[in-house]
Write a protein that binds this ligand. Structure first.
Ligand code: ADP
Length: 691
């Protein structure tokens, strides 16, 4: 486990020793006894640290460190062999030390290759282009200053030429690999930087040695080449001892910013280097029109680079304006690419998440602020709805989400996702989110207030109703006509008030989840029969006929719902149909089996609902006419409760109506799965069930 990995306490000691050693190597007289001693200590220290890290590093990094250990060991072996050959007079070129040195490249390639393979995220056009520019430049420089002179050198025989060529060619390949590692694999950690520095120092030492060989194949290396080698060895030791050594091969968790100033400067140098070399070459060899053309090419390239720089700064200015606009918005606004990595995050987003820009930009938003579910379990990116939205290019409104701040606390959010479309291609999405904790708190206070008030009303209301009913029934003595009328009105209104209080409490319980549905397998036909039986008294009083049209075989009508709540829904629909129908009309209740649902329809031939009100009758207090509730004794909440119950049961409710001709309310309910272990088949509604 990476988290459990603890680097030995060599880090601080290592830095101090390496700095002291390098200083000492530079200051001390070359090849003095003290110099040799410090060089040897540096080599041994490096090998010990590399060995220790290779043994203790996590699996992913182990291969890299073992390769670097082998690389260092072989390089040092080659240096020792060179010394031995020099001291015993067996020197010369090429000799055994050259062979060992050439073999040492192999583990270096393996180590860097492993690093690129593990850290590289995949397709990255910009990295390819940048690496190609720099590699072509390197090839030109190597070709001109090293490879060409070696092939032209009269002092080297064929075999020596091959060995002499092996060095610059291998160095070139190593340099190309190093360039790829640096431009293609994200923000480097301390360990990766030091490792790259070490390889770069080794390369520099090699290149200077190659250059010296071109001049004089028999000459030994200059003193400062040894200093470069010692520094390379020390840097490798520091890389292995640094705390980030354990994570060196981890896939990069960020997305590198591709247009940093140093990177652009390096690319500009790369772009200019080739024509500059051509011009320099022509300057020394020939003059005339070709040279002029080469100079013209340089001027054109400089002007083009300048032009691009102006373009870049204009774009940056526009970006600044956009940033200011985004920062002035109150909602958090975050741009995501197709893999969910943050392209930008406005001020409000950073404030809400307590993040700095660098905590967000270049990292996957989900990993920073959305990585856990409310119960604390991990929330994998692929299960997050945002994951599919960033690629599909759909718009969406997400509720019930929670973001996590940098300090670990969480807050509820509502998110609007909009696709980020550039030239017709979906390149990601913009999400704007709002902290809804205050609103949720207010809603909760409101809900509690309504619940408490309704609850407190119920008890006195029951006693008022009881007293009025006794008065109305004449138990306390006969009433004259006027008194009777007043008391009857009071009874009717207290009934209505009681219904309203019950409906408000029902809705509140549904909203707060305190009315859990208890689904069981019930027959929709039986449900209809029982609802009709329950309301037939009211229908009779209103002079309305209730007809149930049910198939002879009711076997297909089993549904998986809470029978009490469905009874409540059907009673409400039938009650409405009765209320809004004329005397002598008929109400039909049907149930039909469909593929995976049962459709129940309640059709009346009453007054109908105007088209523009069809959508709102299911809203709370969504009455068609202002006086409906008062006139017909309704509350305006029945259909809202019905919709809530049906939707929570996995069904749908809708209405079709023609004004003056009648309305049909349709409820579809999920059929009971035969293999459904949810519950036993029950009688539709037990005796005396509340409606
Ligand atoms: P209410 O308690 O007022 O009936 P509902 O939520 O059940 O409340 O119904 C909302 C409104 O929808 C009613 O007030 C009425 O205006 C309209 N409505 C409901 N059912 C019918 C129907 N069958 N015919 C005509 N209008 C209806």
């Amino acid at each position: 486990m990476v988290e459990d990995y603890r680097q030995p306490r060599t880090w601080i000691l290592g830095v101090a020793t390496a700095i002291a050693a390098i200083l000492a190597l530079v200051v001390l007289p070359h090849r003095g006894a003290a110099w040799n001693f410090i060089f040897l200590v540096t080599c041994l220290f490096s090998l010990v640290v590399l060995f220790g890290t290779s043994l203790s590093a996590p699996r992913a990094a182990r291969g890299v460190w073992w390769s670097m250990f082998a690389f260092q060991l072989l390089t040092m072996g080659a240096l020792a062999m060179f010394e031995w050959e020099a001291s015993t007079g067996r020197g010369g070129f090429p000799s055994l030390d050259d062979l060992i040195y050439v073999v040492a490249y192999l583990p270096a390639f393996i180590g860097l290759g492993l690093l690129i393979h593990r850290r590289y995220p995949g397709h990255d056009r910009e990295a390819w282009i940048d690496a190609s520019i720099l590699t072509v430049t390197a090839i030109s420089i190597f070709g001109l200053f090293l490879i060409a002179p070696i092939t032209a050198s009269p002092d080297l025989d064929n075999f020596s030429t091959v060995v002499a060529l092996a060095y610059p060619l291998l160095d070139l390949a190593l340099l190309a690999t190093l360039i790829w590692l640096l431009v293609g694999t994200g923000q480097p950690t301390a360990a990766l930087t030091l490792l790259a520095v070490s390889v770069a120092l080794t390369l520099s030492a090699d290149i200077f040695r190659d250059l010296a060989l071109v001049d004089d194949p028999a000459a030994g290396p200059a003193w400062w080449i040894s200093v470069l080698r010692a520094a390379a060895i020390a840097a490798m030791a520091l890389a292995a001892a640094s705390p980030s050594a354990a994570t060196i091969a981890n896939p990069r968790g960020d997305r590198a910013v591709r247009a940093t100033t140093p990177r652009l400067a390096l690319l500009a140098v790369g772009v200019l280097a080739v024509p500059a070399i051509v011009a320099a070459r022509l300057w020394t060899e020939t003059a005339g029109p070709t040279l002029l053309l080469a100079l013209a090419a340089i001027i054109v390239i400089i002007l083009a680079v300048w032009r691009i720089q102006i373009l870049v700064s204009t774009v940056q200015q526009q970006r600044r304006v956009t940033e200011l606009v985004l920062d002035s918005a109150g909602d958090g606004i975050v741009g995501l690419d197709r893999e969910g990595f943050v392209l930008f995050a406005n001020l409000a987003a950073r404030r809400m998440l307590l993040c700095r820009e660098s905590d967000l930009v270049g990292r996957r938003f989900h990993d920073v602020a959305h990585h856990e579910l409310p119960d604390g379990t991990p929330y994998p990116w692929l299960e997050c709805p945002v994951s599919s939205l960033v690629t599909s290019g759909e718009e969406a409104f997400l509720t019930d989400q929670r973001y996590i701040r940098r300090d670990g606390t969480a807050f509820p959010v509502e998110i609007v996702m909009s696709p980020l479309v550039i030239e017709g291609v979906v390149t990601g999405a913009v999400q704007s989110f709002r902290d809804v904790s205050e609103r949720q708190e207010m809603d909760e206070i409101k809900r509690q207030f309504v619940a408490v008030v309704s609850h407190e009303l119920r008890t006195p209301l029951t006693s008022i109703k009881g007293s009025l009913q006794m008065l109305n029934a004449g138990i306390t003595g006969p009433l004259n006509d006027d008194q009777q009328e007043l008391v009857s009105m009071a009874v009717a209104n207290s009934d209505r008030l009681g219904k309203l209080v019950n409906d408000i409490l029902d809705l509140e319980r549904l909203d707060s989840g305190r009315m859990p549905l208890e689904p069981a397998v019930v027959n929709a036909g039986d449900l209809i029969d029982q609802a009709i039986a329950g309301i037939s008294g009211a229908a009779g009083a209103a002079g309305i006929r209730l007809v149930a049209e049910l198939p002879a075989d009711r076997g297909d009508l089993d549904v998986h719902v809470d029978p009490h709540r469905l009874h409540q829904v059907l009673t409400n629909l039938l009650g409405n149909a009765i209320k809004f129908s004329e005397r002598n009309s008929e109400i039909r209740a049907t149930a039909t089996a469909e593929d995976d649902a049962v459709r129940i329809a309640i059709a009346d031939r009453g007054r109908g609902i105007p088209e523009d009100r069809l959508a709102t009758v299911f809203d709370r207090f969504g009455q068609v006419e202002g006086g409906d509730a008062r006139r017909e004794g309704g509350t305006g909440l029945g259909l809202a409760i019905a919709r809530e119950i049906v939707e929570r049961s996995g069904g749908t409710i809708s209405v079709e109506s023609t004004l003056g001709q009648g309305s049909t309310f349709t409820v579809t309910l999920p059929i009971a799965d035969e293999t459904d272990p949810a519950g036993p088949t029950v009688e539709a509604v037990p005796e005396g069930a509340a409606t």
